[in-house]
Design a protein around this ligand. Structure first.
Ligand code: PHE
Ligand code: CO
Length: 281
């Protein structure tokens, strides 16, 4: 098993160039406009309370001090994607591994691998929320267990469809909480407004059976009512659940199941969020 310490590097904040800070500010300001009214309250509150992310690539130490006071999480710099066991061990210790590099100007709209904008802007505000912060730690512990049991693909889908691409319906209005969406200009609009993708209520087993693509917008989004619901649904011991679903077929990324109710998308082009269109149809 990899040792988490072997993967920790220095962020070396003074070495970011003015151009790199300008790229951060461009991405930040574009998302600020898109996410007002689209991101969930917990995310927007977390971002505001962090307070130091608007001016340029943040210094992880400063950010960690604010985050640590709120939920006991800290950010650690890593060189890129780390092995699964190392990633889970970090989360289990309330350490969020973040890349340091920022995308280039010709990659502003899309980048397949996470960069510092995705990792920090997308993930860290959610870690300011106490319930979500506990969920992420539990996920890390669950990851180490899934590895031992040989069910990593099933658990990885849970991360994908919640932490990265989750939607939440608060007072009947669909909002974003998934970090992969929050850091993407195109998908922030697509996930709420495009009529094509399916939006169905979160169901743990259903999620664990659902395949996903990493290189295009999601075909299916899973909607929770609250973070308390998500946390409660994942508290059970997953060992028997993994065994159960191993006997069931996988579900394609774009497949709708019989009797599955969808949430209506926002009406395209509407300035404000709809108030009833998140109602399940
Ligand atoms: N309850 C899960 C298990 O037994 C752990 C877990 C919690 C996984 C929360 C993900 C999220 O494996
Ligand atoms: Co991510």
């Amino acid at each position: 098993m990899g040792d988490v310490r072997d993967y920790t590097i220095e962020q070396n904040w003074p070495q970011y160039s003015e151009e790199q800070h300008a790229i951060w500010r461009f991405l930040f300001e574009r998302q600020e406009r898109l996410l007002a009214g689209r991101a969930c309250r917990e995310y927007l509150d977390g971002l505001q309370d962090l307070g130091v992310a608007a001016g340029g690539v943040p210094d992880f130490e400063r950010l960690s001090d604010i985050l640590d006071r709120k939920t006991g999480w800290r950010i650690v710099a890593v060189p890129g994607l780390v092995p699964d066991d190392v990633f889970f061990a970090f989360l289990a210790e309330r350490r969020f591994p973040s890349t340091c590099f920022i995308r280039r100007r010709d990659q502003l709209d899309y980048l397949q691998e996470p960069d510092v904008f995705h990792d920090i802007y997308g993930h860290v505000p959610m870690l300011m929320n106490p319930v979500f912060a506990d969920y992420m730690q539990a996920y890390g512990q669950g990851g180490l267990k899934a590895l031992r049991l040989g069910h990593l693909p099933q658990l990885a889908r849970l991360y994908w469809y919640t932490v990265e691409f989750g939607l939440i319906a608060t007072r009947e209005v669909l909002r974003i909480y998934g970090s992969g969406i929050l850091s993407s200009a195109g998908e922030s609009v697509h996930c709420l407004e495009d009529p094509h993708p399916h939006r169905v209520h979160f169901d743990l087993r259903r999620v664990m059976r659902t395949q996903y693509y990493i290189d295009r917008y999601q075909e299916t989004y899973f909607v929770i009512d609250s973070f308390a619901e998500l946390f409660a649904a994942t508290r059970a011991d997953f060992a028997p659940i993994y065994r159960d679903i191993a006997r069931l077929p996988e579900i394609a990324a774009d497949q709708v199941l019989p009797q599955e109710h969808g949430y209506r998308p926002w009406r395209a082009g509407k300035k404000e969020g709809p108030h009833l269109s998140a109602a399940r149809v």
